[in-house]
Design a protein around this ligand. Structure first.
Ligand code: ADP
Ligand code: MG
Length: 304
């Protein structure tokens, strides 16, 4: 059984309070406040409109450092749009975002350094080797050569692709590509990793493996994980906390058990259906749109 490696933020308050040094109470109190109150992701009244259409409708949430946070919702709910705003790809229509304390609108460079991302659709260069894909990414982030080499070796070993580093990505299976994308997303040592449907179409073994890597990183490096998925049992197993978004609004949040309790259902899938209904939703924005967005981020172009 997989256990959540870190205390949930809500539970932190219950842990014993460290002994306060009476000589320096103020400094300690500030530290304690920071510890208890700081969020690595802070979203307030966030809105995204495409013309007349409101894709994200005044959502607010926060994620504590070291949390594994799932953002769930049917197709077209606004998940990817939210991730794009958090990761500097789209400019919010209204509301505020802080990622590691920085504002993606006014300080996109600082924000880009603090996160890694695995996109919903594959984004590797098929004609390059695994190692070249990693190298290229490291150069985009201005990583010094030595550090780049060291980190690439560590991460390719971590996702068990070091032996295949000289192979062209086009020879890789879907699962190997996903693992490589995760390694690439982690290359510049981000504090947060965003994963937009990272396990779509992968077999249960590969999915299981992928989550073991991410949980280990979460445990050992304290990396915050923000992910979306349509596999409810996956969210149930790995997420400490979940927000459910539908038609651009957050309609429920809490731990997997909270959501089951709120609906009186035994499984997260049933709880999810209770919240979101049974109507099948439209498909998402097309692949060309997503490709354009990605080019903007890594090419440093203007955002819409
Ligand atoms: P999800 O990732 O939850 O499936 P998205 O965030 O991709 O949903 O999309 C939310 C809604 O916004 C959908 O109705 C989608 O069609 C619409 N949308 C997304 N991107 C654009 C865009 N660039 N222009 C117009 N509408 C968009
Ligand atoms: Mg999406």
């Amino acid at each position: 059984m997989i256990t959540i490696s870190r205390p949930l933020p809500g539970r932190r308050r219950l842990s014993p309070v460290p002994v306060v040094d009476a000589a320096r109470p103020r400094g300690i109190i500030v530290k304690l406040l920071k510890y208890y109150m700081s969020s690595i992701i802070e979203v307030k009244d966030l809105v995204k409109q495409f013309g007349e259409f409101t894709a994200v409708d005044r959502i607010s949430f926060s994620v504590a450092p070291g949390e594994i946070f799932a953002f769930l919702g049917p197709n077209g709910a606004g998940k990817s749009t939210t991730i794009k705003m958090l990761t500097t790809l789209l400019r919010p229509t209204q509301g505020s975002i802080r990622l590691g304390g920085a504002d993606p609108v006014t300080d996109p460079e600082a924000v880009r350094r603090s996160f890694g991302i695995v996109f919903q659709d594959p984004s590797l260069d098929d004609e390059l080797t695994a190692e070249e894909n990693m190298e290229f990414h490291g150069m985009l982030y201005n990583m010094p050569r030595e550090l780049r080499r060291e980190r690439i070796e560590k991460l390719l070993n971590f996702v068990e692709l070091w032996d295949r580093r000289k192979s062209l990505v086009k020879e890789f299976s879907g699962g190997m590509k996903r693992r490589l994308e995760i390694a690439r997303g982690l290359l510049h040592h981000p504090k947060v990793i965003f994963l937009d449907e990272p396990t779509l179409g992968l077999d249960p073994q590969t999915r299981n493996h992928m989550w073991s890597y991410l949980q280990e990183l979460n445990r050992t490096e304290g990396i915050t994980v923000f992910f979306t998925t349509h596999y409810m049992e996956e969210a149930d197993r790995v997420a400490g906390r979940i927000a459910i978004i539908d038609h651009g609004k957050i309609i429920a949040s809490g731990s997997p058990d909270d959501l089951k309790r709120q609906t009186g259902k035994a499984s997260l899938e049933d709880a999810f259906l209770e919240f979101t209904g049974h109507v099948i939703r439209e498909e998402e924005a097309n692949a060309t749109d997503r490709l354009r967005q990605r080019a903007k981020m890594w090419g440093g172009g203007n955002r819409r």
